[in-house]
Design a protein around this ligand. Structure first.
Ligand code: CTP
Ligand code: CA
Length: 226
């Protein structure tokens, strides 16, 4: 149980958070992206700062801004840039939370000039991006590592596989089953699954409240270490 008398339970802790989508360039004016708003990651950053943590927020393109002396924002565009920013800071942090919707594939070749309309059909060859979270899992020393999972089938089973593959301590499974949850919505319905595969389904609630729940897990982790 968290120490409720401690007003700033994460004071002195450093937390790396990824947020938002990534944009993968096709040519100078086009990209492949997704509908992530970045809200979940920004809400986690604000909750963490309110609990006293120093936050490094690595964000893909979003309309959110934050002005908080405890939050350093690093703006990135592509998965590769997000990967580099995270790796520059990871050795230094106590916790990493990957809330970004990173593109899984990017165009293999980026056209130097705007691609002109020509043939009726047009194919863009894609290659995998680096899995940022899996890489952080490989490099993990003492960091408490939290990932998200978005699944539309075999949710629990797939989320458990991600815990193992990415060497996570906790995964936050997003339920798309629920009407009010997900991309562009103010609410989320999540299930926590820990490294021992303990399941904790949460109620549908605001993303701010989900952020608080996630940080309570972080606080509980440090309480256990004391
Ligand atoms: N993630 C990441 N880097 C990537 C892809 C995903 O850091 N290149 C992180 C996400 O931020 C999230 C977790 O990995 O915390 C799971 O993302 P998700 O898209 O659910 O899983 P994937 O491993 O990409 O597998 P798939 O999309 O095939 O389900
Ligand atoms: Ca993915």
């Amino acid at each position: 149980e968290a120490d409720l008398n401690n007003k700033l339970p994460l004071k002195g802790k450093k937390i790396l958070i990824t947020a938002g989508p990534t944009y993968e360039a096709i040519d100078p004016v086009r990209f492949i992206g997704n509908h992530s708003s970045g809200k979940m990651g920004f809400d986690i950053a604000i909750s963490a700062a309110n609990l006293g943590a120093s936050v490094i927020l690595v964000s893909g393109p979003t309309h959110f801004t934050v002005s908080n002396s405890l939050i350093e924002v690093i703006n990135v565009v592509s998965a590769e840039e997000m990967y580099l920013a995270c790796h520059q800071r990871y050795a230094d942090v106590d916790v990493a939370i990957a809330a970004a919707a990173v593109a899984d594939y990017k165009p293999k070749n980026v056209a130097k000039q705007k691609i002109k309309k020509a043939a009726d059909n047009f194919v863009i060859e894609l290659e995998k991006t680096k899995d940022i979270l899996a890489s952080l899992g490989t490099l993990k020393k003492n960091q408490f590592l939290i990932g998200f999972a978005l699944e539309t089938e075999n949710e629990i089973e797939n989320a458990k596989l991600k815990i193992q593959k990415k060497n996570l301590d906790l995964i936050v499974l997003n339920s798309l089953q629920d009407q009010g949850a997900g991309f562009g919505k103010p609410t989320n319905k999540v299930t926590f699954i820990d490294q021992f595969f303990n399941l904790e389904p949460m109620e549908l609630k605001s993303k701010e409240a989900v952020a608080d729940d996630i940080l309570n897990k972080v606080i509980a982790h440090f309480e256990k270490l004391r």
